[in-house]
Design a protein around this ligand. Sequence first.
Ligand code: ZN
Length: 193
Amino acid sequence: MSVTNRLVDIPKEFYSYSSGLPFERCIECDRYLLEGGTEYFIEKAIKQYDGFSAKEVIFEYAICANCADTIRKAISRKSMASIERYFLENVDFSKRMQIMSSNPGDALALINNCLVSQVPVSEVTEYQIFAQCNGNSLNLSQMPYMVSGQTLEQIQHLLSSETRDELNDFMQRNLGPSPELAEVLPGSKVVII
Ligand SMILES: [Zn+2]
């Protein structure tokens, strides 16, 4: 696949829920994101209710590649290595390649099942979706993916307390100390990978 084929329009699932439009600004440095060549990531945490007819976005943000890099560097090397090992050991990469090749250019096909457990999104009450974007396009080469609440739990256990503090700081700084958030997400569940 050529590089251009890996860029597709950003599906509405990755728009900002609060504005109904694509994310425009980095949550950390306020950099404008929709200019071609600007690399950034989107993370959204979603909860489903009432037989899943109702959805609530627990938090959502976009972060530019520079700021994401800064945060990654602040995460302990040990935690980072544990996360990487966890993904290497638990993600079925050939399955993912298969989904990609049978659904060319379809970003949504890649967020139907948990990246790790393969549990369908229709069967989980809490999940997060991640995307890598460039200007007003979504980059399909490594993301998007969906991670179920259960998988996030497991990832949390891999993080050192310093790393958890670091991610909690990020969350407090940018997403505010929402009591709702604290209740639903004990400890930080921001995962910038
Ligand atoms: Zn930034």
